[in-house]
Design a protein around this ligand. Sequence first.
Ligand code: ADP
Ligand code: TRP
Length: 331
Amino acid sequence: MKTYLSGIQPSGRQHLGNYFGAIRRHIALQEAEGEKFYFIADYHALTTVQDPDVLREMVLEMAVTYLALGLDPERVTLFRQSDIPEVCELTWLLSCVTGTGLLERAHSYKDKLAHGIRTSVGLFTYPILMASDILAYDSDLVPVGKDQKQHVEMAQDMAGYFNNTYGEVFVRPEPLIPEDELFAKVPGVDGQKMSKSYGNAIWIFEEGKPLQKIVGKLVTDSRPPEEPKDASELLPFRFLELFCDAAELADWRERLARGGADAPGYGHLKMRVKEAMDEHFHAARVRRRELLADRGEIERILARGAETARARAVATRDRALRACGLRPRSS
Ligand code: ADP
Ligand code: TRP
């Protein structure tokens, strides 16, 4: 039986790019055969977030987002990274077999240096903590976006260094990168890639007037409705492609291409985008409100997840300690 593991950076409110590019895929994987471990990477978040209230809110928001959108804690072990202190111990053990050269080659670290961002030791050793996360649960498959592929490869390298030094302790993980490009780059309201740092994002749980307002901002040109148009060039249509079925899309495409007096205008397309989002996220919005009204339930889910995850991590930590000549603590 395969073990899947992924870490989720707590980064506040999530947008449609996060949903189609990452969250939806994570949730769909709960149908796959095997064990699934997902955690909220709050230790990693400390490399960028240093306000305790903000961090607590971000962790909560992430747990609520996944649960509201359908993550089933009966099928996926959902937990907080920092509830598993064994990953910090493994980080030390892996640090001692890992050359600094490997870390110096990390793209994410090099990018930060190139942008003149002050780097901490934590940021430099980020890939070792990530390798510990992966190796602690004997993970076979690590679903991540392309940007994290190198980090998973570094975890493979570190498992290899350790196993070569001390014998077979860690399972070699493989990254699982999405193949379909359709949802890899969801555009923002300005047509550029949607990102929270570009101010062009639509939040997953936006609704009512604020949603109408932001959808109204989808960039279009000033051509009149009767002019025939290629649907795939229209930003509102690209949003409809995210939500609507093939038959409906074909109908819009055909009416837009035909043009004339009864052709839809941009306002019609935008109205349908809002409506489609309302339909798609209705149940999730309701569930989100319920969860936010019962934070104790979220804590219980995370605590139960941590208990399951920790049993695995303790066993791996002890195996690693024994291999190094240190005393395992749980037996
Ligand atoms: P942001 O760019 O808003 O800061 P993050 O870097 O926090 O987003 O991304 C979190 C996850 O969401 C990553 O897996 C990333 O690949 C995915 N993602 C972010 N923006 C988009 C987008 N516009 N289209 C598809 N996936 C996206
Ligand atoms: N670094 C990952 C990201 O930024 C989050 C993460 C932390 C992770 N530990 C992990 C992903 C282990 C996969 C496996 O998205």
